[in-house]
Design a protein around this ligand. Structure first.
Ligand SMILES: [Ca+2]
Ligand SMILES: [Ca+2]
Length: 171
């Protein structure tokens, strides 16, 4: 219960921060049907399918996007806040980060990009069993410590999870 009220207070602050950020940009933009407007692009939460990372990436590409990349603090905080507000989005999910030997990269539609800003959960990435090369976001439930909720974990790529796609605004 304490964790829940902490979470509510945290998400309320995040939401305020993100709406201020959105106001500051002042742009009009829209997202395709079924996509949700975020601070700098559109997101699609696919919570009704659990698939390996590579399959999730392919499904996002088929829908005109990629697995979500978390490129800056606003995007990280917006997504944490958004999932905190929506109980149906609190499961663990794949995002578009992966490891190529020692380098963590965001998978792009054309080129990959080095991950420079990270939001790893405490003690991650731990490369458990030496085979964790894909990035998932923790979910949130009564068993998860509030400080770990929605943060990053490296996970074996064949593990099956729901996922979040991202694509550009429609103009
Ligand atoms: Ca992004
Ligand atoms: Ca891990």
């Amino acid at each position: 219960m304490i964790a829940d009220s902490l979470m509510a207070s945290l998400t309320a602050k995040l939401a305020l921060f993100v709406s201020m950020a959105a106001l500051a940009t002042g742009a009009t933009r829209t997202c395709a049907n079924g996509w949700i407007e975020g601070p700098s692009s559109c997101y699609r939460f696919v919570m009704d399918r659990k698939v390996p990372w590579k399959t999730a990436q392919g499904l996002c590409r088929d829908m005109g996007g990629v697995l979500t990349t978390l490129d800056n603090h606003i995007e990280i905080m917006w997504l944490r806040g958004y999932r905190g507000y929506h109980p149906n989005l609190r499961e663990a999910v794949w995002i578009g980060g992966y490891r190529k030997s020692k380098n963590w990269l965001w998978k792009g539609r054309i080129a990959d990009k080095a991950i420079t800003l990270t939001d790893w959960a405490p003690k991650e990435p731990n490369n458990d069993d030496g085979d964790e090369k894909c990035i998932m976001l923790y979910g949130y439930n009564s068993k998860i410590d509030i400080k770990d909720a929605y943060r990053w974990n490296d996970k074996e790529c064949d593990f099956k999870l729901p996922f979040i796609c991202e694509r550009d605004y429609e103009f």
